[in-house]
Ligand binder design. Structure first.
Ligand SMILES: Nc1ncnc2c1ncn2[C@@H]1O[C@H](COP(=O)(O)OP(=O)(O)OP(=O)(O)O)[C@@H](O)[C@H]1O
Ligand SMILES: [Mg+2]
Length: 252
């Protein structure tokens, strides 16, 4: 196992004085599904945003500590944020296709980067849609609006859009919270395949999904990483009472 991203003593405070992450250290393991879970307000989304510097757009006041990715500290002001966001892609919980065709949705990022080759774009569309387990459903509708797809298809389209940039890491923040169980199962199955080629960070929408998908899991409570363990450790044999109460449904 190798470490893809190393978060070291990260403390993050919003400008209203809320400390949303407190001294968090966690290793994100390469080619694995890294699950971050816990009750509302625990800091999961804040951590994901920190990993591709989306917090720059929010009201973050101070960030202390380090986030090491490819031997560089992401928090360093000199970080090329555009490049970082290409390598560390983000998928949000509400699928938000752009008001464009299925095809153009997938290659949106590549177009922004100035890619012109029709052959490359065609190839990347098929490759990304296949990886997102959507190709078989849309190969004959590539010119239809993205918004004409079902909710579950739209979410996979958004995943394809991120995959088209060939990221090293893909972060998904409750990607199935608006989806039915069938679409949810498709996305979970896709993650199991994708981890062969890239690193996945998933904030699941419930404990069951956390237990189903995790190769590594961290439990977050009020800005602290309470506990972290490989595989089903946190769900079968939690060390901390807080984790146990949460995974057994006693609070949350
Ligand atoms: N832009 C912001 N400005 C100020 N405080 C914020 C901001 N975003 C989040 N917070 C605060 O930071 C803390 C962590 O929030 P965050 O959204 O990271 O939690 P979460 O674990 O993702 O929760 P949820 O499960 O509800 O999505 C909360 O106390 C929240 O109120
Ligand atoms: Mg969140």
């Amino acid at each position: 196992m190798s470490v893809k991203i190393s978060v070291q003593n990260l403390t993050l405070m919003y400008s209203d004085g809320v400390e949303s992450l407190h001294d968090v250290s966690i290793d994100i393991i390469a080619n694995a599904v890294n699950v971050l879970f816990g009750p509302a307000g625990g800091g999961k989304s804040t951590l994901l945003r920190a990993l591709n510097r989306l917090n720059d757009l929010a009201d973050v006041d101070t960030a202390q500590g380090k986030i090491v990715f490819n031997e560089q500290n992401i928090l360093d002001p000199a970080t090329d944020v555009i490049e970082l966001r290409r390598k560390v892609g983000m998928v949000f919980s509400r699928p938000a296709p752009l008001p464009l065709s299925v095809y153009e949705n997938v290659i949106y990022g590549l177009r922004l980067m100035g890619e012109r080759s029709k052959t490359l774009l065609d190839e990347r569309v098929e490759q990304s849609l296949r990886q997102a387990v959507l190709w078989d459903e849309v190969y004959d509708r590539l010119n239809d609006p993205g918004a004409s797809l079902s909710g579950g298809q739209q979410q996979r389209l958004c995943i394809a859009r991120v995959l088209a940039l060939e990221p090293e890491v893909i972060m998904l923040d409750e990607p199935t919270s608006a989806l039915d169980p069938v679409s949810t199962a498709k996305i979970e199955g896709m993650l199991a395949e994708l981890k062969e080629r890239l690193t996945i960070i998933l904030v699941p929408h419930n404990v069951q999904q956390a237990a189903r998908t995790a190769d590594y899991a961290g439990f977050f409570l009020q800005g602290r990483l309470v506990e972290y363990a490989p595989e089903k450790g946190l769900f079968l044999k939690p060390r901390e009472k807080e984790t146990q109460d949460y995974v057994t449904g006693r609070f949350g």
